[in-house]
Design a protein around this ligand. Structure first.
Ligand SMILES: Cc1cc2nc3c(=O)[nH]c(=O)nc-3n(C[C@H](O)[C@H](O)[C@H](O)COP(=O)(O)O)c2cc1C
Length: 175
């Protein structure tokens, strides 16, 4: 199978999560490409897509939302999974559950969505970003659980292998 991992990341931590996923999915014998959303011109030849974004101010990054819009038709015909990377600690209905998530998930018929903890390195932030989080109780540091990332990605690879043809439960179950 040929699988595309598409990742919108501003400071690199979500991109690195994508790299761990790509490696895990490839370890199951798949051909995997990883791209930023704006670098994808076509989905031709791909059997499945993993689409992820860093979360900023309770939203997915614009490039990831644009990607879902641009390719909504193609995506709804192949298996797709979504993931978010952020620091919010609460489950659904918190800031870690970006406002547009459900609409996007329905738009592209994703089979599942998973949130992963990210990294906050104040040294990498712009002045505006530091100001934006000044009032928030954001914990600095690398909170990524790469073992959990790998486990999820392997489950995705196994699901594609087990149900290659079963496309697109528009309101499908989460992995
Ligand atoms: C200005 C700013 C706003 C953020 N807003 C959120 C948020 O609303 N929800 C959340 O879960 N994480 C939020 N985060 C945490 C980021 O999602 C986290 O640092 C993530 O790992 C960044 O990914 P990246 O390195 O790929 O850009 C915010 C971080 C910054 C700097």
């Amino acid at each position: 199978m040929r699988i595309l991992v598409v990742v919108a990341s501003r400071h690199g931590s979500t991109w690195e999560i994508g790299e761990v996923m790509a490696e895990a999915i490839a370890s199951r014998g798949n051909l995997v490409d990883q791209r930023a959303p704006e670098d994808v011109a076509s989905l031709e030849g791909y059997d499945a897509v993993v689409l992820g974004s860093a979360v900023y101010l309770a939203h997915w990054m614009g490039a990831a939302r644009d990607f879902a819009d641009r390719f909504s038709e193609e995506l709804s015909r192949i298996p797709v999974w979504m993931f978010s990377c952020g620091l919010a600690t609460q489950p659904a209905a918190s800031a870690n559950s970006p406002h547009e998530l459900l609409a996007l998930r329905n738009l592209i018929g994703a089979r599942g969505h998973r949130s992963f903890r990210g990294r906050l390195d104040r040294a990498l932030l712009t002045f505006a970003e530091r100001a934006a989080i000044a009032g928030a109780r954001a914990r600095e540091g690398d909170h990524r659980d790469l073992a959990a990332v790998r486990t999820w990605a392997l489950a995705v690879a196994d699901d594609v292998a087990a149900h290659p043809e079963a496309s697109v439960a528009r309101h499908g179950a989460a992995v």
